[in-house]
Design a protein around this ligand. Structure first.
Ligand code: 6PG
Length: 253
């Protein structure tokens, strides 16, 4: 586990963008493609804008990249609550990435469970894992689907749309599921990756800024292990975990 504590917002954004550049170069050199999962919420906004800047954007072979999302609210992609919509405004519309390589969760679907299954199938297909193929219980690096996964953290230590005691925390097989009317803000149903997806990522970057995340970060990193209560503790299961924090989120609670 590695921890990066950024003293100022621009450093937070730049270190995050640098992680993307490095992971993309390694993944494309080793496997010919780069699978990136973007976090939802507001925290990644500055990082996305930094990554969209010429200084970073030009350093990635976007034609070899595929972009997925960790979770999405049950709204169309152009709704103000949409995680895709925020990423499109800050990052995606500025990238020379083939549109078919940006994989939006169909939050507007009337059947979120089917949309979640379809999304998982796309992730498996893009990542070269045959439909339905399930890796050995101990996932070997060769079975990892995702090269770099960003995950935001809620004040209650939720991740993705895995709120405390969410049924999906105990999901044993699916990588992506629907959460209907979870007790979250905004009060919307969601499509969300599950803890199983964390295990299929080569590197997970947990991002948090602001003093209101300090306790959640502390519990996630060093509290007694109780992932149903504190889903962010599931990040401890990542193959390679990087904490990208600002000084206030990293501070002692
Ligand atoms: C969502 C997000 C959620 C988010 C955290 C942090 O759709 O709400 O995926 O898990 O990452 O709630 O949100 P902020 O970055 O806005 O604090």
């Amino acid at each position: 586990m590695k921890t990066i504590v950024a003293e100022v917002p621009d450093v937070f954004a730049a270190r995050g963008a640098e992680l993307v550049v490095e992971a993309a170069a390694e993944s494309i050199a080793a496997r010919g493609r780069f699978v990136l999962v973007l976090a939802g919420g507001s925290t990644p906004g500055s990082l996305h804008r930094m990554l969209a800047s010429e200084a970073y954007r030009s350093r990635i072979a976007w034609a070899r990249a595929h972009i997925f999302f960790g979770d999405e609210r049950a709204v169309p992609g152009d709704a103000k609550e949409s995680n895709y919509g925020a990423a499109h405004a800050d990052l995606l519309q500025h990238l020379p990435i083939p549109p078919e390589n940006v994989h939006r969760m169909q939050g507007e679907s009337k059947d979120l469970a089917a949309a979640a299954r379809d999304y998982e199938a796309t992730l498996l297909d893009v990542s070269g894992c045959p439909e339905g193929a399930t890796p050995a219980p101990t996932v070997a690096p060769a079975d990892e689907l995702i090269d770099l996964m960003f995950v935001g953290i809620g004040k209650d230590a939720h991740i993705f749309s895995l709120f405390p005691f969410a049924p999906a925390i105990d999901e044993k097989h699916a990588l992506v599921v629907a959460e209907i009317n979870p007790p979250m803000n905004p009060a919307l149903s969601r499509i969300t990756m599950t803890p199983k997806a964390i295990l299929r990522a080569r590197c997970v970057v947990a991002i948090a800024t602001g003093g209101d995340k300090r306790e959640a970060v502390h519990l996630a990193r060093s509290g007694p292990y109780n992932p149903r209560q504190y889903p962010a503790q599931l990040l401890r299961r990542a193959h390679d975990l990087v904490w990208l924090l600002d000084t206030t989120a990293a501070g002692a609670p």
